[in-house]
Unconditional design. Structure first.
Length: 117
């Protein structure tokens, strides 16, 4: 069973930056697509960004140009660098691992990001 542990959330003023990390257990990390989701107050969970096993990336329109997703397979860790944060970026950010060949998905416990106006 894969364990995912997020860190790096917190309270920041609008315009500020945060860097989230997601540490994964097990060797499946390097073969998996990794992604960040978020769920704002009263909203549905939404995809923020993903990075494939070979480094391809995709972003939600709302974060393009401000957020950067990356991964370090040697450390079994994924990152989300968030710049120019806005109050609407507030929410719980979840790390997600999608195993290859549709073999299932794992979630982290989430980390809170709060952006004050």
């Amino acid at each position: 069973q894969v364990q995912l542990v997020e860190s790096g959330g917190g309270l920041v003023q609008a315009g500020g930056s945060l860097r989230l990390s997601c540490a994964a257990s097990g060797s499946i990390f390097r073969l998996s697509t990794m992604s960040w989701y978020r769920q704002g107050p009263g909203k549905q969970r939404e995809l923020v960004a993903l990075v494939t096993n070979n480094g391809g990336t995709n972003y939600a329109e709302s974060v393009k140009g401000r957020f950067t997703i990356s991964r370090d397979n040697a450390k079994n860790t994924m990152y989300l660098q968030m710049n120019s944060l806005k109050p609407e970026d507030t929410g719980v950010y979840y790390c997600c691992l999608d195993r290859p060949v549709g073999l299932g998905r794992s979630w982290g416990q989430g980390t809170q990001v709060t952006v004050s106006a």
